[in-house]
Design a protein around this ligand. Structure first.
Ligand code: HGY
Ligand code: MN
Ligand code: MN
Length: 414
């Protein structure tokens, strides 16, 4: 198989990325485009116009996932390409966004060159990948894969008590369940690495082999609020000092076993200087490639949390929000990414993903793999997130090649 003669139009891709970077922009060069917010709506509205201008047949499903279909010579199951346009509250301009806009650029370039593929190609914007406003993350791709049912998803509330289902309706993106994509030949997602590996090893393309398993929990510690003055220390049921001891144990147990553990969100009440905290609610994000080790450490941690609560005669509630086992992508597609990158003259490395992605769920529905491009200083989920132009262009060209090959592939990938 030889290479396509054509390459993506980087100037057009860059302009498109820059337009996205204006919608929900925050200082400096960051984005706050939370799922189902007004900014998300505006971005969706513009993305729909871009898809229509590219001649795509647009449809929205009941999770708000946006699809754009480019017909092929046949109506065999399509190659699906995409990612997410929602961001973290102090997020960057590239996380998820690159995957959606390079997919659009692939379509635009095929159009420019009058290339017709055997299979249809569909591009997709998945709703609420980040899980920053509505937990858990990768929610709509999870809905598509049957990991979460629609009632659960629609009922999820943000910190102001607004429901996912109501917000989806409010922004006008509650489509129909029959619009969910059905048969998929292969799924591809280009994404920033969000870690330091490619930059440190001066490699421009990652052929991603899988995603580490993840658990999300919410821990509610309930003691007794009281007056900060007259209450003797030994008679207190302070929820925050208890939670602090728990968080210390979490860090200790996880570090000891090389498991990633993060308490990213914490709220306490009454949250007043002269009141002893009566209740603390905090999140726990645990990740590791070894599903058994991750489970073992999680059990150790939950036992330790319960023991601390018992010793202090306070109560604790541990709620499981998400339990996602390690994902192994389709080796044939991973090899195709590596081969095409080499043909194009880029250095490429097979590697795992530390971060979660919609590909985690899509891998349940179809042969899936990801293409990584470097993150400057390994940073992400922060306004300082950056991927250099050359790396964006290289990644887009690899995506273009791989999508073209797959869209002309007859045989099965499994
Ligand atoms: O949580 C994750 O790993 C993803 O970046 N939302
Ligand atoms: Mn992402
Ligand atoms: Mn992210």
């Amino acid at each position: 198989v030889n290479n396509l003669k054509s390459k993506v139009n980087f100037k057009r891709l860059k302009d498109t990325i820059d337009k996205s970077a204006e919608i929900g922009n925050i200082p400096v060069n960051g984005l706050k485009r939370l799922a189902l917010s007004d900014e998300d709506k505006l971005m969706r509205d513009i993305f729909q116009v871009w898809m229509e201008e590219a001649g795509l047949e647009v449809r929205i499903d009941d999770f708000g996932n946006m699809y754009g279909k480019r017909p092929g010579k046949t109506d065999k199951p399509p190659v699906l390409v995409g990612s997410h346009l929602d961001t973290q509250p102090s997020g960057g301009r590239f996380d998820g966004i690159l995957g959606v806009l390079t997919a659009l650029e692939v379509v635009r370039t095929l159009n420019d060159n009058d290339i017709e593929t055997m299979r249809p190609i569909e591009i997709v914007n998945f709703t609420n990948e980040e899980g920053a406003r509505f937990e858990p993350p990768m929610m709509a791709s999870g809905g598509l894969a049957g990991v979460f049912d629609r009632e659960f998803i629609y009922s999820r509330k943000d910190r102001d008590g607004k429901k996912f289902g109501d917000e989806l309706k409010r922004i006008g993106y509650q489509g129909k369940s029959e619009n969910r994509i059905q048969d998929i030949y292969a799924f591809l997602e280009l994404h920033i690495e969000q870690g330091p590996v490619l930059e440190n090893e001066n490699i421009s393309i990652g052929a991603v082999e899988g995603i580490q398993g993840t658990n999300w929990l919410e821990i509610t510690v309930t003691g007794e609020s009281d007056h900060a003055g007259p209450t003797p220390m030994n008679l207190r049921k302070d929820a925050l000092t208890a939670a602090s001891q728990m968080i210390g144990i979490i860090e200790e147990r996880a570090s000891g076993k090389g498991v990633m553990a993060t308490v990213g969100r914490l709220s306490l009440s009454p949250n007043v200087t002269n009141c002893i905290p009566g209740q603390v609610v905090f999140s726990l994000d645990i990740r590791h490639f070894d599903d058994y080790l991750r489970k073992e450490v999680l059990n150790e941690i939950t036992e330790a949390i319960q023991r601390i609560a018992d010793d202090r005669e306070i109560t604790v509630r541990i709620e499981d929000l998400w339990d996602s086992k390690t994902t192994i992508f389709n080796p044939k597609i991973v090899n195709l990414i590596e081969e095409r990158a080499k043909e194009l003259g880029y250095n490429v490395k097979k590697m795992p993903s530390g971060a979660g992605h919609d590909s985690k769920h899509m891998n349940e529905l179809a042969p899936t793999a990801m293409i990584f491009v470097p993150s400057a200083n390994g940073k992400s989920h922060d306004v300082s997130e950056l991927t250099l132009d050359e790396d964006i262009e290289n990644g887009a060209n690899v995506l273009y090649e791989v999508v073209y090959q797959l869209a002309n592939n007859e045989g099965d990938l499994v």
